[in-house]
Design a protein around this ligand. Structure first.
Ligand code: NAD
Length: 379
């Protein structure tokens, strides 16, 4: 049975993350911002809050959030950062921590991450170390953040050595995914987030992949299919996180496509004009399936089906689609070796025996990867 079949058909959708002693709920629906004051007051009565957001999201939605919080007597300071991956830096992290201290956020107060994955990762990391840890609420505003980065407690920033290498596990106390906020997201960013939705089908839920093939355009259009896709994704992620919070086992499955993706992001200098995270993941998913096919693990028709779906949606699925190019096969493999999923020189990949049949494959030979990437670049 698919996870999709287990969900109630109607709102309100609440997905619990069942972590011992730190359980929290993910509220999904088109009225999240309107309910944020009540939900936040419910978990932290009398607390003050600092809203960390980016300039784009602030301009579109922050006033409504602040008004909703004020209704419940929650005084909130706004801390605004520039949008984009470059904000996941040491400099911006220090700035946010200082702004939180200037706002007199105490251990009993709350940090609210109001934005995409960049804001969530940065604000969550700041919350994890501020005064040795304050609670935080994720109010994700991009599809990628709603289906992935706001759930599970991974927070962090980038280093010149690679993405997300400086960070902490710090679970939010509450996640509110207001799917109406996605109406203002650019089509490009929406589709990039959709790559992470598809990923859950590819990991272990083939029926959800079927559903995605049939319903992806309704997910983009909004309405119940969008909420459903967010809820299925959150439920899948919550189940894995509850089994393996610290990525000592199963949680690595969530990295399907990501070893390739992180290398591509690195080689394009984290330049969102060229490639955003979800687009890199889309290419990574297609590559993971074609690589699995080449290793004799996965039927060619499954690899083709994955690439076809990404093509239909308008997501990239080949290295040649990276604007400005990727560099040589050697450079791609060297960039992969910088990734933190490398153990003692051997590459750990998430490979697949078919759609919905992914598994962790440690010790993949770099030579095999190089030969595969070389052929991929030939087209
Ligand atoms: P992002 O935060 O840069 O947001 C993408 C763009 O969309 C930004 O320009 C932002 O201003 C804009 N935006 C966000 N919400 C909007 C809205 N409602 N309306 C209009 N514009 C809006 O990027 P992202 O794709 O959300 O997240 C990517 C980041 O998430 C990467 O840094 C990645 O490493 C991280 N990530 C973390 C995890 C985790 O588990 N912590 C998982 C996956 C990805």
């Amino acid at each position: 049975m698919s996870i999709a079949d287990l969900l109630p058909a109607e709102a309100p959708l609440v997905v619990p993350v069942a972590l011992e002693g730190r359980r929290y709920d993910i509220h999904i629906g088109r009225d999240g911002l309107g309910r944020a004051g009540a939900l936040i007051a419910g978990i932290a009565p009398g607390a003050r809050a600092a809203i960390v957001t980016d300039e784009t999201v602030a301009g579109l939605h922050a006033a409504r959030l602040e008004a909703g919080l004020a209704q419940y007597g929650i005084a909130a300071t706004r801390i605004t950062i520039p949008p984009g991956e470059a904000s996941k830096s040491y400099a911006r992290f220090a700035e946010v921590c200082d702004a939180l201290l200037a706002a007199k956020i105490e251990r009993s107060d709350l940090v609210i991450a109001f934005g995409g994955g960049v804001v969530g990762d940065l604000a969550g990391f700041a919350a994890s170390v501020l005064r040795r840890g304050v609670r935080f609420v994720q109010l994700p505003t991009s599809l990628l953040a709603q289906v992935d980065s706001s759930v599970g407690g991974k927070t962090g920033i980038n280093s010149s050595h690679g993405k997300n290498l400086i960070g902490a596990f710090h679970q939010p106390s509450l996640v509110i995914a207001d799917t109406a906020l996605l109406d203002t997201l650019s089509e490009r960013e929406f589709k990039a987030g959709y790559a992470e939705v598809v990923k859950y089908g590819l990991i272990d839920d083939p029926a959800f992949f079927d559903w995605c093939e049939a319903n992806w355009h309704r997910v983009i259009a909004g309405g119940p299919e969008r909420d459903h896709a967010v809820a299925v994704s959150c439920r899948a992620k919550a189940a894995i996180v509850a089994r393996d919070e610290r990525e000592e086992g199963d949680r690595a499955l969530l990295n399907l496509g990501h070893t390739f993706a992180h290398a591509l992001e690195r080689l394009t200098g984290y330049d969102s004009a060229r490639l955003v995270h979800g687009e890199a993941v889309a290419i990574g998913l297609a590559l993971a399936f074609r690589f699995s096919q080449r290793l004799g693990l996965c039927p060619g028709q499954d690899a083709l089906r994955v690439a076809r779906h990404l093509d239909h949606v308008g997501l990239p699925s080949r290295l040649q689609q990276v604007p400005g190019g990727t560099g040589s096969a050697q450079e791609i493999v060297a960039a992969m070796a910088q990734d933190k999923k490398v153990k003692r020189g051997a590459l750990t990949f998430i490979l697949a025996r078919g759609i919905g049949q992914s598994f962790i494959a440690p010790g993949v030979a770099a030579d095999d990867v190089l030969a595969f990437v070389t052929d991929e670049l030939k087209g």
